[in-house]
Design a protein around this ligand. Structure first.
Ligand code: ADP
Length: 172
């Protein structure tokens, strides 16, 4: 059985991520979506929230499992016996970083192949950060993220706004 690992921050999962996971699941017998526990970037959602949001969006796709991991991606891949790393490519700008990571990962783990899926054209402009920016400004993000993620983003920014409007002397 070929197990593929699709690692990422998924903060939160977008339709672009979902599309790659579903397409990978059509090719590989099992796909593990690996949610980085502590990515280098600041995250809006906790690890558990990011896992839960992506899992819910993938309900009905039986051969995909969403799990969190920490440490090196290659070590995690080895621990779950994954032979393939799945990544997504949107534009030339993604390519340089993905190429660098793929070569570094191959150096560390020669048997692990990296398979890059080209984005679907309708999601080529999507990133978690752009979706968060739009949602934080109250813009409509429908069609950019799964419905459960859109709801979670609205709630998150509503809570953040409520907290910001409480005078500091009441919260500290
Ligand atoms: P990372 O922090 O590892 O870049 P991301 O969650 O941003 O994690 O993305 C995970 C993977 O999904 C990366 O390979 C990224 O290029 C890819 N990806 C992100 N958005 C899209 C999209 N709209 N279409 C295709 N691939 C995407």
């Amino acid at each position: 059985m070929t197990i593929a690992l699709y690692p990422g921050s998924f903060d939160p999962a977008t339709m672009g991520h979902l599309d790659i996971a579903v397409r990978a699941a059509a090719i590989f017998e099992k796909v593990v979506v690996g949610v980085y526990d502590a990515p280098a970037k600041n995250v809006l959602f906790s690890t558990d929230e990011r896992v839960e949001l992506f899992s819910r969006s993938l309900e009905g796709v039986p051969n995909v499992e969403v799990l969190s991991f920490s440490g090196l991606t290659v070590d995690y891949a080895k621990s779950i016996n994954a032979k393939v790393l799945v990544r997504g490519l949107r534009a030339i700008s993604d390519f340089e970083l993905e190429m660098q990571m793929a070569l570094l990962n191959r150096k560390m783990s020669p048997g692990l192949e990296v398979v890059c899926f080209m984005t679907s054209i309708e999601y080529s402009f999507l990133s978690s950060s752009i979706v968060k920016e739009i949602a934080s400004l109250g813009g409509c993000i429908s069609g950019m993220v799964p419905n459960n993620v859109a709801q979670a983003l609205e709630e998150k920014y509503r809570k953040l706004k409520d907290t910001a409007s409480i005078p500091r002397y009441l919260t500290s």
